[in-house]
Design a protein around this ligand. Structure first.
Ligand code: C2E
Ligand code: CA
Ligand code: CA
Ligand code: CA
Length: 279
């Protein structure tokens, strides 16, 4: 029986212990996932204002043999903490570049760009530029088909080193999109310095666009800012035709969201390519 008085140090907190054990289990499962090919890339279409399919964002899925789908929101944070995001992120880049190579071989898919999320920890690896250059060379792909999505915090964490890396990768032809834009602490000073191609409006501003005047103002301002900086602007989380109409009316360049399609496994994405384009 627990008889520890109020001054006794408690070495054992069952609730805390349970959390630690669950974390350890998740970490070891993540290692198994990597070794046993339990990851898959899903592809979510990106469409321009004419409704033309211009590319996709690659989104990681963990298909666990017993537990089924595990959302990246549930394992990316731990992968980042444990450093497992490095090998996982490498797998994502390898798979994405192999996919670009496959798309290059067909007239219908040659024009597509593939956007890949790269986490701060991965981008900040000292050898990231060399590693990615090697992958691109080995797959013999046109690097202009690859786009890297970085968040504001990734860049702000170490502006000088990040900017330099971005410039080196840009020389290879790789494009950059500022992901979740508007949710971080951007400043005009660094936005102008970064070799960006795109701002991606975070879905939190798109969600209530049609009835929240603040969000509508923010979205209009982000699009204007992008235009002024010579960047294209893409909106994520577009779910309704009203949102799309607002964004088109304010000169947003491209769109992504359930209104067009959910993220799909490769076969589903390819089926979309063959489907007649709707409006
Ligand atoms: P994100 O980069 O902001 O990706 C957008 C998320 O919104 C995706 O969630 C996508 O499935 C979801 N989404 C797309 N359209 C809609 C929509 O119309 N409505 C709503 N409500 N949601 C929509 P997902 O796939 O669960 O990914 C969550 C996050 O996990 C991503 O957020 C990204 O930060 C991270 N992630 C995903 N794949 C990777 C990866 O390969 N590497 C790294 N480092 N992070 C990844
Ligand atoms: Ca993203
Ligand atoms: Ca987002
Ligand atoms: Ca994100």
């Amino acid at each position: 029986a627990k008889t520890a008085g109020r001054n006794a140090v408690r070495f054992f907190d069952p609730a805390m212990q349970a959390i630690l054990v669950v974390r350890m289990l998740l970490e070891s499962n993540l290692r198994v996932a990597l070794a046993n090919n339990q990851f898959q890339l899903y592809y979510q279409v990106q469409v321009n204002s004419e409704g033309k399919l211009i590319g996709a964002e690659a989104l990681l899925r963990w298909i666990h043999p017993d537990r089924g789908f595990i959302s990246p929101a549930d394992f990316i944070p731990l992968a980042e903490e444990t450093g497992l995001i490095i090998p996982i992120g490498l797998w994502v880049l390898e798979t994405a570049c192999a996919q670009i190579k496959q798309w290059e071989s067909s007239k219908e898919t040659r024009h597509l760009t593939l956007a890949v999320n790269v986490s701060a920890k991965q981008f900040q690896q000292p050898d990231f530029v060399d590693t990615l250059s090697e992958i691109i060379r080995r797959h013999k792909i046109d690097a202009t088909r690859l786009k890297i999505e970085l968040t504001e915090s990734t860049v702000l964490d170490n502006v000088d080193a990040t900017t330099e890396k971005m410039h080196e990768l840009k020389k290879l032809g790789i494009a950059f999109s500022m992901d979740d834009f508007g949710t971080g602490y951007s400043s005009l000073a660094y936005l102008q310095r970064l070799p960006l191609n795109q701002l991606k409006i975070d879905q939190s501003f798109v969600r209530d666009l049609s009835h929240d005047e603040n969000d509508a103002t923010i979205v209009r301002a982000i699009i204007s800012l992008g235009v002024n900086l010579g960047l294209n602007v893409i909106a994520e989380g577009v779910e309704t035709s009203a949102q799309r109409a607002f964004l088109i009316a304010h000169n947003c360049y491209a769109f992504q969201g359930y209104y067009f399609s959910k993220p799909l496994p490769l076969e589903g994405f390819h089926a979309l390519l063959k489907a007649p384009e709707s409006d």
